[in-house]
Design a protein around this ligand. Sequence first.
Ligand code: TYM
Length: 343
Amino acid sequence: MNDQTISYTGPERVFSGVQPSGSLHLGNYLGALVKFVAMQEERDCIFCVVDLHAITVPQDPKRLAAQTREIAAAFIAAGVDPKRSIIFAQSSVGAHAELAWILNCSARMGWLERMTQFKDKAGKDRERASVGLFAYPVLQAADILVYRATHVPTGEDQKQHLELTRDIADRFNRDFDAPGFFPLPEPLTTGPGARIMSLKDGSKKMSKSDPSELSRINLLDTSDEIARKIKKATTDPDALPSEPDGLEGRAEARNLVGIYAVLAGISEAEVLGQFGGQGFGVFKPALAELAVEKLGPVAERMRQLADNPSEVDRVLADGADRAGAIAEGVLKDVRQTVGFWSP
Ligand code: TYM
């Protein structure tokens, strides 16, 4: 669908978002947060706690603000620098919702009906799903396009939504005869850590919604919990192979080796060079030690920030001002392009 050459010539900018809908886990950390930190070396970055997305399914109003602070704290604890990058809550910049409405009129029902995340989340009872859950990917497109972001780092599960964002941007540019008005943002959904699987079932991704606590490592888990979950992770009885090819058909083993590789910043081949021929009795304690070493300081910083919410509030307020200023500028162009009245 995207055959229009990218004629967008504006600056490069990174945008990504995380929902405040529960505790963050290792998948979120490796698939998103670690990438965010790496990105800020290269480009201007905007990282958003997407509370408007969270309310597409019921949330406890008494807890939502605290959950939003917790995600912002996780960004900071992981290494996002709030002076360099913008960190803010989606609902504090009204332009997201306004652009989403306008893009609702460019997006097509058929495109949204193909979204697998809606099918998964709505389940069998689609009639009772909120309209917001159906329109969710259009709001995601608005998040990105309201900053004319050019690069979007996420885990692999967001790939379909990011392709839709490109289609919506392209459609808007064509509908309004404005080539290059919106960039067609590049999804950065691959690479190590892009798809961390459940510790209990190597065929399912690690997820907040998995009923089994043992399926995931939460960022705020204690060292003992991390070690216990790794010890109890499902594996097969064989020793580790000495080459990555030998992981074929061994999803759980591949997942643990992959996690070790990303945490250590080395390749799977290097991990297997070290542990090939060894059983999980040796590998799991080594992985637990590494996970505790890497995640412990992140959890500790998150706890410090939880004890000091005004520090996080200052970051979110400053981020809202900076994000709002950029978004308002783009929205002004959008309003003009669409032809709305203005004084
Ligand atoms: P969310 O909140 O579900 O997840 C946040 C980030 O974590 C990544 N992720 C994973 N990565 C690797 N392995 C896993 N098992 C795993 N589970 C989750 C997700 O890919 C994501 O990067 N729709 C988005 C939020 C959003 C957004 C945006 C993202 C709203 N607007 C604009 C980018 C740009 C979501 O629900 O992410």
